[in-house]
Design a protein around this ligand. Structure first.
Ligand code: AMP
Length: 441
């Protein structure tokens, strides 16, 4: 047992301690999603799950931490993501690990590791979760952000490219976002891209001095990446560069034509942007991006494309693939949630006055919860007025007013908060009456 002096010493040191303690806050570019926001997140997620399931997609969840090698090999060593943005560290076992900067690589790793291709030659997978990139934080750009990803594996047919874009635009429309622009391009296959690379190198010859240091290096390592350089002078130069579409082979060109035809079948408007290359090395053939002019600088909501060589490149079979990623935070910033009720309000609030009433209320309130009826009560024994205030704040549909006097009389007052009506109900039948009333609305 503590003596009184020891106790007061403890209190003293506790108060000294609390004076010295600094608040610990989130890391720059990371943010909390607070309870009054999570309803919106759930609303978007529910829509994604419902719509993607209609298109035959199943959920996959992969770890957020992977071997660094996975991202280097898939996204590409000379991309901005791998060169500058990954959260990479050596763990206590001396292994280089990375917080995933995107989901496709992890999904494909899991697809290969668990031989999902052996169970079905077609796999349609989606995943929702956090990604990590150490970019410069600004409005709409975070270091931890969330994506909704969908990947279709095992289908070469160009109709699946259009179907995936249809699923994406339909989903955006269903959550209330129809003012978007779709841009598409074909990045060709490995073979036709090599001619394109040569022509870019020729184009950039003599312009080296006006390029940033990274792009000068990229001329030899990965000339395509000059297209997504964010430095103004590089962007100006690349405007006049040849476009990919002039270099794609007949097979890639046919594929692209069929994608366009299929999009037209669903009246999906699109613009061809021959300069869009996307920031990841694994894309082949179709690439697409959904943008909006409502977001300012960070105008991309979603992006994706085909990656027919990636599965093999990561050690799997020769299986075609296509996918997209939607930026969750950017989508949330755009979707109007005005008319939607997100948090579950209690159906019943019990205002209990007196010891016997509190005891009765405690049992009754929890019995209702066990029956799936959201209920709340007051635990402080405050006045009826302040309990009613709390019921109002919680937007409870009904309030049950229970006092020791009512208990003695086997009755309680049931108040309909929307209609401002009140009636006396029999306490013995309270559960049955309340449930009926709530069901009647
Ligand atoms: P990406 O994986 O780069 O193709 O990005 C797909 C989508 O994720 C983009 O269209 C954005 O909506 C979103 N996104 C990418 N990077 C960030 C970031 N740093 N912060 C917030 N959203 C992002």
């Amino acid at each position: 047992m503590l003596s009184i002096t020891a106790l007061s010493d403890t209190n003293k040191s506790r108060s000294n301690c609390s004076q010295r303690m600094d608040k610990i806050t989130t890391i720059k570019g990371f943010k909390d999603i607070l309870p009054d926001e999570t309803g919106k997140w759930q609303y978007i997620e529910e829509n994604a799950r419902r719509i993607f399931a209609c298109f035959g997609f199943s959920e996959i969840r992969t770890p957020i931490l992977e071997r660094t090698e996975l991202f280097k090999r898939s996204i590409g060593e000379s991309t901005d993501i791998v060169e500058k943005e990954m959260y990479t560290f050596t763990d206590r076992g001396d292994e280089s690990l990375t917080l995933r900067p995107e989901a496709t690589a992890s999904v494909i790793r899991a697809y290969i590791e668990h031989a999902l291709y052996a169970k079905d030659n077609i796999a349609k997978l989606y995943t929702i979760g956090p990604m990590f990139r150490r970019e410069r934080p600004q409005k709409g750009r975070y270091r931890q952000f969330h994506q909704i990803n969908a990947e279709a594996l095992g289908i070469e047919d160009p109709r699946i490219d259009a179907e995936l874009i249809l699923m994406l635009t339909h989903f955006l429309d269903q959550v209330g976002l129809s003012e978007v622009a779709l841009e598409i391009n074909s990045l060709g296959c490995i073979r036709c891209r090599s001619d394109f690379k040569k022509s870019i190198v020729t184009f950039l010859k003599g312009k080296e001095k006006d390029l940033c240091e990274d792009c000068r290096r990229r001329i030899t390592t990965n000339p395509l990446r000059v297209f997504d350089c964010k430095v103004q002078t590089c962007a100006e130069i690349i405007k006049d560069a040849p476009g990919l579409l002039d270099f794609i082979c007949t097979e890639c060109s046919d594929h692209f034509e069929k994608v366009k035809d299929s999009l037209q079948l669903f009246n999906i408007p699109f613009r061809i942007n021959p300069k869009m290359v996307r920031g990841l090395d694994y894309y082949t053939k179709t690439a697409f991006e959904v943008t909006t002019n409502l977001l300012g600088a960070q105008n991309a909501i979603a992006g994706g494309g085909r990656y027919d060589a990636l599965v093999k490149h990561l050690g799997g079979p020769d299986v075609a693939g296509i996918g997209f990623a939607i930026g969750f935070e950017r989508l949330l910033a755009l979707v109007s949630m005005k008319d939607k009720q997100f948090s579950d309000v209690p159906q019943l609030f019990i205002a209990a006055l007196g010891e016997a009433a509190q005891k009765k209320a405690f049992v009754f309130c929890n019995r209702l919860k066990l029956k799936g009826i959201p209920s709340e009560m007051d635990y402080t024994g405050k006045s009826l007025k302040s309990q009613m205030k709390r019921a109002d704040k919680l937007e409870s549909l009904y309030v049950l007013i229970l006092g020791d006097k009512e208990i003695a009389e086997n009755s309680a007052e049931l108040r309909n908060m929307r209609k401002s009506t009140q009636e006396t109900v029999e306490l013995d039948r309270i559960e049955e009456i309340v449930i009926r009333k709530i069901q009647e609305g």
